[in-house]
Design a binder for this molecule. Structure first.
Ligand code: NAP
Length: 636
C-alpha cells in the first residue's frame, strides 16, 4: 500500500489512539495533526523541537522536555478526537496555514520555499496546474535503466506526456536492490528519505529496511504507476551514437532475440554509479583454488557453514555482510586497509515502534510529516561537520565541529572495544569523519569483531595464493572462501556503454578519468543526453539521494518542455557554462572532508579529484534544477 489514508473504523481509532500516542514521534505528530484538522493552535511555540541536534544523531523527541511531550500528546489527542467526531473530513489547507505549519517544523521559511516543501510532502500545491507544450508527434526518449532513478524518470515522462521506452538489462525493476542480495543487505539511510516523494509509503516495517523490502517497494511503485508497459526488460544497451543529420540517437541493443537498433530523440541515462564490481589488483587473484566472489555477486549456492572465510574490505557492503556470516563460519579473517567511521544507531535493525506504525496507518498524512521532518533535519543539518575550516590544523579533523564529532565517535569506539586495546587501535580512523562513507551500527559490528573466531588483519594484502591471502609480513592466512567487499568502479560513469556524440566525439575519451557534466546532467557535444545520478550528484551529509534523483528528472522534463515550447529539437550545455560550473564545484569540494588530500575513496577519481559528490547545499541543487538557463545552452 503506497498511498496514505484513514483506515480502520472510528471505534478502532478511538480505542487505540491513547496507547499509540505514547509511541508517537512528536515533532512530526503536531504538524501532521494541525494539517489534518486545521487546528494550528496546537502548534504552541514551547512544543517546537529544539532541532534535536546532538553531535551524533538526534535527541529523542526533538529534545522536548517530558512536560512538553505530555502536553503535545494531550493537544494532538484532543484535536484528533474532535476530527473523528466531525466525521474525519479531508484536510483543507491554504498557503497561509501551511506556511504556519511548515514554520513550526522548519523555522523561518519563506513563501518562495513552499514549492520545495510541498514537493517533499508529496502534495500538489493548491492551484498548481501542470502546464506545458505537448511533445511533438513521434518524439521518443530512451531511458537506460529501471532502478530508483529510471522509475522516477518514467513516471515524470508519463506525467508530462512524453513518449519513451525504458531499457533494462535485468528482468525486473530495482537496480542495485536486486543485484545486491548479500546476507545483511539493508538500507543505511532511513526508508522514509529513501523513498519517492510521489510514492510515499505508510506501511514500512523498519527504520532501515532490509534489501528485499526496498526491492519490493520499487516493484510496487512500478506496478502502481503502471510503468511496466514502457519497460523493455532483459535488454542491454551496448552503444549510443548521435546522428547529426537526423538529430537523433541510434542505440544498439542486445535483446533476448538478438541484436536490435532503436532510435531516440533523447537519452536519459539512469544506469547508476555503484554497479560494476571492482576487484582489487592483487597479484595471484586468479590463482585461488577455493570459491571467491564479490559482495554484489553473492554466491547463494555456496554454503559458508563451517568454512574458513576471508573478507577483503570494510566498506558499507562488507560491514553488513560480516556480522551476518560470522556466526556460521568456522573462522573469519577480515583484511582491512582503512577503518570506517561508525555512527551509533540503536534503531538500525529495529522494527518501527508498533504505536508509530499504527498511527501511520490510522492518521492520514502522519507518515508524510514524519518523512518531512527527517528530510528537513537532514537537509543541511550535518553539513557543518564536513566543511573545512582553513585555519584548523589538528590532524584527523577539519574544524571544531568536525573535532567534536570525531571525539564523540571515538568515545563510542572506546565503549565498544573496552578491554580490547588491539581492536580499538585497529578500528580508530586517522582521517576526518565524512571523508569516507560513515556506517551505522547498533552494537552488532563491534560485538562481531570481538568474537574469538573473528580476526581483523590490518597488514597490507600483497598476494592471493591458491590457499589463501598473503600479507606484507609474509604470513599466509589459509581460507576456503574469499569474499571481495572492495566496492565498485564508481567514477567510470556509463562504463558499459560506448557513447558517441557530435562530430564522433567519444564520451569516455572526452572524460578520461574525470567525468564532468553540467548540473551533473548534461554534457557539451552530446545533444539531448541527460544523466541521472551523474558526476557530482552523490550525497554525503546533506539531503537524500532520492530527492536528488527526483530533482534531476524534473530538470530533464523541464529541459524537454523548453525545447517543445520553442520548437527546438536538441540542447547541450556550452563549454563555458560547464567550465564555470566546475570552477565553483571543484573549489567547494576542496573545502570538504571528502575532498581533503591523502584520503582515498570511491568519491574521487584516480587523479584524486572529487567526481562523485555534490559539495554545495541541497537547496542550491533544487534551485538549479527547476529549469534550464538558456544562456548556458546551445540549441538546435
Ligand atoms: P567501498 O565503500 O568502496 O569499500 C571498499 C572496501 O574495500 C574499502 O574498505 C576498501 O579499503 C577495501 N579495499 C579495496 N581494495 C582493497 C585492497 N586491495 N586491500 C584491502 N582492502 C581493499 O565499497 P562498498 O562497501 O561496496 O560500498 C560502496 C557504496 O555503495 C557505499 O559507500 C554506499 O554508497 C553504497 N552502499 C550502500 C549500502 C546501503 O545503503 N545500505 C550498502 C552497501 C553499499 P579503503 O577504504 O582503504 O579503500
Amino acid at each position: 500500500m503506497i498511498l496514505d489514508g484513514a483506515r480502520g473504523t472510528v471505534d478502532d481509532l478511538l480505542a487505540g489512539l491513547d496507547d499509540a500516542l505514547e509511541e508517537a514521534e512528536l515533532p512530526a505528530l503536531l504538524p501532521a495533526v494541525a494539517h489534518l484538522t486545521g487546528d494550528v493552535d496546537i502548534l504552541e511555540p514551547g512544543l517546537r523541537a529544539s532541532g534535536g541536534s546532538q553531535v551524533v544523531g538526534q535527541a529523542p523527541q526533538g529534545g522536548l522536555s517530558p512536560e512538553a511531550q505530555e502536553r503535545a500528546r494531550l493537544l494532538a489527542g484532543s484535536s484528533l478526537k474532535q476530527w473523528v467526531e466531525a466525521g474525519r473530513p479531508q484536510p483543507a489547507h491554504t498557503d497561509v496555514s501551511m506556511l504556519e505549519i511548515l514554520r513550526f517544523v522548519a523555522g523561518d521559511v519563506d513563501a518562495d520555499q513552499l514549492p520545495l516543501l510541498y514537493h517533499q510532502l508529496g502534495l500538489e500545491q493548491p492551484g498548481e496546474v501542470p502546464v506545458g507544450t505537448p511533445a511533438p508527434e513521434g518524439f521518443r526518449a530512451a531511458v537506460i535503466g529501471a532502478g530508483m532513478s529510471g522509475i522516477a524518470a518514467s513516471r515524470h515522462l508519463r506525467r508530462a506526456g512524453i513518449g519513451h521506452v525504458v531499457l533494462e538489462r535485468h528482468d525486473e525493476v530495482g537496480g542495485v536492490w536486486i543485484e545486491n542480495t548479500y546476507p545483511g543487505v539493508r538500507l543505511d539511510t532511513s526508508n522514509f528519505c529513501y523513498s519517492y516523494s510521489f510514492a510515499q509509503r505508510d506501511a514500512w516495517e523498519d527504520y532501515y529496511s532490509p534489501g528485499d523490502a526496498v526491492a519490493t517497494y520499487l516493484r510496487e511503485v512500478a506496478d502502481d504507476l503502471g510503468i511496466r508497459d514502457d519497460i523493455r526488460f532483459s535488454t542491454t544497451v551496448r552503444s549510443a551514437a548521435y546522428d547529426e543529420k537526423g538529430g537523433r540517437w541510434r542505440l544498439e541493443l542486445s535483446t533476448p532475440t538478438g541484436p536490435d537498433t532503436l532510435w531516440a530523440d533523447a537519452i536519459i541515462s539512469a544506469v547508476g554509479q555503484l554497479n560494476t564490481p571492482l576487484f582489487p589488483r592483487i597479484p595471484g587473484i586468479d590463482s585461488f583454488a577455493g570459491d571467491s566472489w564479490h559482495t554484489a555477486e553473492w554466491r547463494h549456492d555456496v554454503d559458508l557453514v563451517g568454512k574458513r572465510v576471508a573478507v577483503i574490505g570494510t566498506g558499507a557492503s562488507a560491514f553488513q555482510v560480516i556480522p551476518r556470516i560470522a556466526p556460521a563460519v568456522a573462522s573469519l579473517t577480515i583484511f582491512q586497509r582503512t577503518p570506517p567511521w561508525v555512527v551509533p544507531t540503536p534503531t538500525y535493525t529495529q522494527k518501527l515502534r508498533p504505536g508509530l506504525r499504527w498511527l501511520f496507518a490510522m492518521i492520514p498524512g502522519y507518515q508524510r510529516w514524519y518523512r518531512f521532518v527527517q528530510f528537513w533535519t537532514n537537509v543541511e543539518g550535518r553539513r557543518r561537520f564536513a566543511l573545512v575550516d582553513p585555519t584548523w590544523d589538528k590532524p584527523g579533523s577539519i574544524s571544531a565541529d568536525s573535532e567534536s564529532l570525531r571525539q564523540a565517535l571515538i568515545a563510542q569506539l572506546e565503549r565498544d572495544y573496552e578491554g580490547r586495546p588491539d581492536l580499538l587501535a585497529k578500528m580508530t580512523p586517522d582521517y576526518p569523519p565524512y571523508a569516507k562513507r560513515m556506517l551505522r551500527d547498533d552494537g552488532t559490528w563491534a560485538a562481531t569483531l570481538r568474537r574469538d573466531d573473528v580476526d581483523v588483519v590490518t597488514e597490507r594484502v600483497v598476494a592471493i595464493t591458491p590457499n589463501g591471502v598473503r600479507t606484507a609480513g609474509g604470513d599466509e592466512v589459509e581460507v576456503d572462501v574469499i569474499i571481495y567487499g572492495t566496492g565498485f568502479t564508481a567514477s567510470n560513469f556509463l562504463s558499459t556503454i560506448q557513447v558517441t556524440g557530435r562530430d564522433g566525439v567519444d564520451l569516455h575519451r572526452r572524460w578520461g578519468d574525470d567525468a564532468r557534466a553540467y548540473a551533473g546532467i548534461t554534457v557539451p557535444e552530446f545533444p539531448n543526453l541527460f544523466l541521472l545520478y551523474g558526476p557530482n550528484t552523490n550525497l554525503v551529509v546533506n539531503g537524500s539521494i532520492v530527492f536528488f534523483s527526483e530533482a534531476e528528472v524534473e530538470y530533464v522534463t523541464s529541459c524537454l518542455g523548453h525545447l517543445f515550447e520553442r520548437g527546438l529539437t536538441a540542447m547541450e550545455p556550452t563549454e563555458e557554462a560547464l567550465a564555470d560550473y566546475y570552477t565553483r564545484l571543484d573549489e567547494a569540494s576542496a573545502g570538504t572532508a571528502y575532498g581533503v588530500a591523502g584520503v582515498t575513496s570511491w568519491y574521487k577519481s584516480r587523479s584524486g579529484r572529487v567526481t562523485q559528490n555534490w559539495p554545495l547545499s541541497t537547496l542550491e541543487f533544487w534551485d538549479m534544477t527547476r529549469a534550464p538557463r538558456p544562456e548556458h545552452y546551445r540549441f538546435r
